[in-house]
Design a protein around this ligand. Structure first.
Ligand SMILES: [Zn+2]
Length: 624
């Protein structure tokens, strides 16, 4: 009936209320109205009655009918999910050729503490009593709208990333047919199933990827595989989309059906060549004949590059985390790494932190920033937001970067923050499977490569000294033995582009004097650096130890002269005094304690009792 109107109650997820809107019929299963969420002159709010969902192509507000919402809440009640996942805002039915419901993909949304929208998806199947079984074990997996595709003769099929886009395209343009798979662009850990290709046999397909590299790689692959199966398969890149934008954004920007078909006319047909940088197989002729830019470096001329993966390793308790935090500060502020190797651009750093909690991070980072200031290295305030701590200790002791929700949560974080560098500290807390097995390493590094084009820095510890009693300050080992010990410790190093290894500098030096070794796959051999881990500022300072290894003797009078000069009339904490003198004279804390004991016995120094005993010079000592 022309000019038919009907009222639908829409559930407003943001305001938590139902809004009744009068819609005009706009075609088969679709209705149109002036938007109730924004002011407009031309109707852009659509209601799609076969899915009981609405979408506004003016402001992007979307949701489901109030009735559907109530049904959801009822069905989901036994599982108590609203608290953890948020409210159900959409569901997408996956049906077989005959239209029988196989399973549903549910979309939940909730606002987190910061007010950001968090989306979660679940795929569940119906039981026979109108309820839900929360898994899809043994259920046949199909593509979206399969029954409609089956009934559509030889109509063109749009293959898109995501059900929302399919619904929106089909709502906006009557008679258009769109499909997707229930896995999106299958970011690294999920797969497009080979049997899906059969659904496209002898059909005409238009593939429209989202505007990001992963989506393009994923759907270009599918397109090339469809080339021999489909009647025709075309590749359409929509113009004017922002990064990660999709066809819904294009529709909101005012894209019309006429424009869409104009674009399709010019769209290239599969099979299409894959750009060199996206390929796994490239022959030498192609490499040499191309204008590939040189590898882009982030640190130095060969220490860490974009799209690399590096390893920071040491034995336990050598300050890997402090070193890595220092590195992160250098990366966000473009200040030199270890005061030596230039950082080439201001980076965004995602720090996957499972070693400690944010309270501890606050303490450590503020001390490091203050300490760096003393060294003349300024970390500007406005770059602090480029350091994102992804704290895995908030809810769980460990997260598992295996195919799970944790991974999709991390993926979401990567999509919104878009880091240049990801630091994983430490890998042992994050991977629940045996990380020393080469196949697990390969799996994980592939995952890293697929998840994003960025530099990954993995923090890892070397093998513990076996069967030897644990020494407080194990003797340093030479460089070769050190890298050998990492190899024995983990297959991680076999895949790393660069390994940075921290080890104690020398048996004659205090334990906070460390040596930093580099091993690079690029034939670039950076000189080892000598650094001192400042116990007060928690920074690594570059030091010159040319004459540090010579054992320096300290006499009783050296010490007393130093104390008299530097702390006249002051009370100094035991710990501070030992550290200061130890560092000044490069002797062990033990030797300082011994001399302090002597001074106490002699009556030159007095030690105040109490928990943090303080030293001061006695009257007799002043005369010294
Ligand atoms: Zn609107």
């Amino acid at each position: 009936m022309i000019n038919e109107t009907r009222n639908f109650k829409l559930w407003d997820f943001e305001e938590k209320k139902a809004i009744e809107v009068s819609f005009k019929k706009a075609g088969d299963h679709r209705w149109k109205a002036l938007c109730c969420f924004h002011t407009e002159k031309h109707a852009s709010l659509y209601y799609y009655d076969s899915n009981e969902s609405y979408y506004c192509f003016g402001c992007g507000r979307h949701g489901i009918s109030y009735e559907k919402y109530l049904r959801y809440i009822e069905a989901l009640k036994p599982f108590n999910l609203v608290e953890s996942l948020g409210e159900p805002v959409a569901s997408y039915a996956y049906r077989d050729e005959e239209g029988k419901l196989l399973y549903q993909k549910y979309r939940f949304e909730k606002r987190n503490d910061k007010g950001e929208l968090v989306k979660t998806y679940r795929i569940w199947r119906p039981d026979s009593k109108g309820g839900i079984i929360r898994n899809i074990q043994g259920v046949r997996r199909v593509i979206y709208n399969l029954n409609k595709i089956n009934d559509s003769g030889d109509k063109v099929i749009f293959l898109l990333e995501g059900e929302k886009d399919c619904d929106n395209l089909m709502t906006r343009f009557e008679g258009v047919l769109a499909t997707t798979s229930d896995i999106g662009a299958g970011r690294g850990f999920k797969k497009w199933r080979p049997e899906y290709y059969d659904f496209f046999q002898d059909r005409s397909i238009i593939i429209i990827p989202d505007n990001d590299k992963l989506s393009r790689i994923f759907y270009r692959d599918i397109g090339n595989n469809l080339a021999g199966i489909a009647k025709s398969a075309k590749w359409l890149i929509l113009p004017g989309l922002k990064e990660h934008g999709d066809i819904t954004d294009w529709l909101i920007q005012g894209g019309t059906l006429k424009e869409l078909f104009k674009l399709i006319e010019k769209a290239p047909e599969f099979p299409l060549p894959i750009p060199l940088e996206d390929r796994t197989e490239v022959n030498l002729e192609e490499i040499l004949g191309s204008n590939l830019p040189p590898e882009e470096m982030i640190i130095g001329d060969g220490i860490m590059g974009t799209k690399n993966y590096s390893l920071i390793v040491s034995r336990h308790k050598k300050g890997k985390t402090l070193f890595s935090l220092n590195l992160a500060l250098n990366l966000i502020s473009k200040t030199s790494f270890c005061e030596t190797y230039p950082v080439k651009k201001n980076c965004k750093v995602l720090y996957i932190f499972s070693e400690s909690n944010i309270f501890n991070l606050n303490e450590v980072i503020s001390r490091q920033i203050e300490g760096l200031k003393e060294l003349g290295i300024i970390i500007p305030k406005d770059c602090l937001k480029n350091f994102l701590s992804y704290n895995t200790r908030k809810e769980l002791l460990t997260i598992s970067l295996t195919p799970s929700d944790d991974l999709s949560r991390l993926q979401k974080c990567l999509d919104t923050f878009e880091p240049d560098v990801i630091i994983v500290d430490p890998i042992s807390r994050i991977a629940t499977f045996n990380m020393n097995k080469a196949e697990n390493i390969t799996f994980f590094s592939n995952l890293m490569i697929r998840m994003r084009d960025c530099l990954w820095v993995i923090v890892h510890h070397t093998r513990k000294e076996e069967s030897k009693p644990r020494q407080k300050n194990p003797p340093p080992i030479d460089e070769e033995a050190l890298f050998d010990s990492i190899r024995g410790s983990s297959a991680w190093c076999n895949n790393a582009d660069t390994i940075i290894c921290l080890t104690q500098s020398g048996a004659d030096l205090p334990p906070n004097y460390l040596k930093v070794f580099f091993e690079s796959k690029r034939g670039f051999e950076p000189m080892p650096l000598e650094v001192k881990w400042d116990t007060k500022t928690l920074n690594y300072e570059l030091i010159d130890i040319t004459d540090l290894h010579k054992k320096v003797k300290i006499t009783y009078s050296d010490m007393m002269e130093y104390i008299t000069k530097n702390f006249p009339g002051k009370k100094v904490k035991n710990k501070d005094l030992i550290n200061t003198i130890g560092q000044k004279f490069r002797v062990t804390p033990m030797r300082v304690c011994q001399l302090l004991g002597e001074a106490k016995e002699n009556g030159d120094l007095i030690k105040e009792s109490g928990k943090f005993g303080k030293w001061y010079i006695s009257e007799q000592g002043i005369l010294f």
